[in-house]
Structure formats: C-alpha cells, structure tokens
Design a protein around this ligand. Structure first.
Ligand SMILES: [Zn+2]
Length: 63
C-alpha cells in the first residue's frame, strides 16, 4: 500500500502534463481510477501504474 500511495502522489504531479489518450481532455484521480473530465472515460490503475490506453478506458455509465 505505501508504494502505491507514493506512486499515486508522483502521478498527481505528472498528471498536469498528460492528457486523455482518447480525447486529450484533462485527467484527475478519483475512486482509484484516472478519470477524464471531458469524455468520462475511467482508466484503471494496476499495481500503482495508470494504464492510459484509449482501448482500456471504460466509459462510465451514469447510475
Ligand atoms: Zn477523454
């Protein structure tokens, strides 16, 4: 867990410079996912590594 936490902190700093691979929108961390504010895709974080691949980004259903 501590390793994941520190990876996520690093990623939060890095996230200012990366964009959603699908739509180039702004990304943010939420609920253990990397969410795109523009298209609503949620990218998984596997072993502390965000998987920013358009095909892996699941569109979030509104519930
Ligand atoms: Zn997007």
């Amino acid at each position: 867990m501590p390793a994941d936490q520190s990876n996520l902190r690093l990623f939060e700093q890095w996230m200012d410079r990366v964009a959603c691979p699908a739509c180039h929108g702004t990304l943010r961390l939420e609920d253990g996912l990397v969410l795109c504010a523009s298209c609503g895709r949620g990218y998984p974080i596997v072993d502390g590594i965000p998987i920013l691949i358009a095909e892996r980004g699941a569109l979030r259903e509104s519930k």
